[in-house]
Design a protein around this ligand. Structure first.
Ligand SMILES: NC(=O)c1ccc[n+]([C@@H]2O[C@H](COP(=O)([O-])OP(=O)(O)OC[C@H]3O[C@@H](n4cnc5c(N)ncnc54)[C@H](O)[C@@H]3O)[C@@H](O)[C@H]2O)c1
Length: 434
């Protein structure tokens, strides 16, 4: 196949498997450049939503989807047999952890099986899902080779980690360099050509294994540094020092320091999960992963620390957690998004419920929230009245919270994010920091 001609004449047909937070923005990025994109997903509701111009993810505008509707540039489908009509397949399916905390690559395996059943080489398959080093070469390549496909000629194979940060308005697919590791030189060359259509810079490493490891290093770096910030918060708490003030002042150093902030615990589909892919794989080779485990232990202990702070706050009012009415502000895992995966709100609320508290939540992005199979009632900001709650707890500081109006309605607030910095705190409000 002459890839250059296909690209230059905009004849390239791009296939994306899994139309979630990662796959849909990627599909839109290729459609924007004038290519024909076919998105595959097993979720028929999601497919219908996309085809009717309703974006299921916050980083993609519904209006943009509507513009693509009927233009032939972007279509979603559950019909996997249509894979025969594309040149590239980008696998963007979930990679969760199992309960036993080892990687669950079953969605990748299912996608690979679908490709072997429906795709006809030549073509390029690129795994984008985050996974442990070796997945592309040991698992995916083997499945294709079993099919009799030659990975030097028939089917080109590469790994390219997705690095997007949902909700980040400064960095998207275009201005975040794309890392690529090809199974063969030709695969790397073609993957470079394809991704340079949607990303300003492509960084090619020597094999898929290095590319898989790049993603795990990036997210392990974050997990460890957040763990350090959390440990600093625990130390400062004991020493009576304001950790936020310390971090902000340290961040004025123009070199050698990069600020990370403490919080109620790690959330999201990536940071709490990805480092454990690496420790699982490294441990199989008897390699130790002490930093990863230590950070994981500290970060997983933070919801317990928040619970302790709530207890201390209620004590000041001679109240127990049992029977207290508590409002949680923000259950999404970070500000400005509706994604609640791995949110620390789950753990904090579960501890409060176990201790007999009555819990409600307020989150402009999240309509429904269930903890331990119990639906938690939700309140709009405008519905919250003075003295209704014994305490408010800020887990996620969405910009949308109107603290000027909310602050006077509370006598006790636990702020785990320094979300109230800069607000005038009423004299009769007991404000507790992490
Ligand atoms: N969300 C992030 O911030 C982010 C950032 C970088 C990397 N990643 C990685 O990208 C991958 C995808 O994550 P996501 O957040 O987009 O997940 P997601 O849950 O938002 O989307 C995954 C989509 O894949 C679909 N799907 C599942 N199995 C399928 C199959 N066999 N065939 C077709 N479709 C299938 C699901 O229905 C869903 O629509 C994960 O490996 C994740 O770790 C995520």
């Amino acid at each position: 196949m002459n890839w250059k001609t296909k690209v230059n004449e905009q004849q390239l047909r791009v296939g994306v498997i899994g139309l979630g937070y990662v796959g849909l923005p990627l599909a839109v990025a290729f459609a924007r450049e004038g290519f024909q994109v076919l998105g595959f997903d097993v979720d028929s509701e999601r497919v219908e939503q996309i085809n009717s111009g309703q974006s299921p993810v916050s980083d993609v505008d519904s209006e943009e989807l509507q513009r693509f509707n009927g233009s032939g540039h972007l279509e979603a489908t559950t019909d996997m047999s249509r894979m025969e009509a594309v040149d590239t397949l980008h696998i963007c399916v979930p990679t969760p952890l199992r309960k036993s905390r080892d990687p669950d690559i079953s969605y990748i395996l299912a996608s690979v099986e679908t490709i072997t059943e429906n795709f006809t080489p030549p073509g390029l398959v690129i795994l984008e899902s985050t996974t442990y080093p070796g997945t592309t070469e040991e698992v995916v390549a083997e499945a294709f080779e079993k099919q009799g496909w030659n990975l030097e000629d028939d089917l080109l194979l590469a790994f390219s980690p997705e690095r997007i940060d949902p909700g980040n308005e400064q960095f998207g697919i275009r201005n975040t360099p794309k890392v690529i590791g090809g199974y063969s030189e030709e695969a790397a060359r073609v993957a470079e050509l394809i991704y340079s259509q949607v990303a300003d810079r492509v960084v090619t490493v020597s094999s898929p294994r290095e590319a898989e490891m790049v993603k795990l290093l990036e997210n392990t770096f974050r997990s460890i540094n957040i763990g350090l910030a959390n440990e600093m918060a625990l130390i400062c708490d004991r020493l009576g020092i304001n950790v936020w003030e310390v971090i902000h002042a340290a961040a004025t150093k123009p070199f050698g320091f990069m600020p990370f902030y403490p919080g109620p615990g790690l959330g999201g589909h990536c940071i709490p999960v990805d480092p454990l892919f690496l420790s699982w794989r490294a441990n199989l080779e008897d390699a130790t992963t002490r930093f990863i485990e230590l950070a994981d232990e500290i970060n997983r202990g933070m919801p317990g620390h928040v619970f302790k702070k709530i207890t201390e706050g209620l004590n000041k009012f001679k109240k127990s957690v049992n029977g207290s009415r508590i409002c949680i502000f923000g259950v999404a895992y970070k500000p400005g998004v509706s994604d609640t995966r791995e949110s620390p709100a789950f753990n904090v609320i579960e501890q409060l419920l176990d201790a007999g508290a009555q819990v409600e939540y307020c989150d402009p992005y999240v309509d429904q929230f269930e903890v331990a199979e119990q639906e938690i009632s939700t309140k709009k900001q405008s519905e919250i009245i003075a003295d209704e709650y014994d305490a408010g707890v800020i887990i996620t500081d969405h910009d949308d919270f109107d603290w000027h109006n909310l602050l006077p309605k509370f006598s006790l607030l636990i702020d785990t994010r320094n979300g109230l910095a800069g607000f005038e705190i009423p004299a009769d409000l007991e404000l507790i920091h992490l």
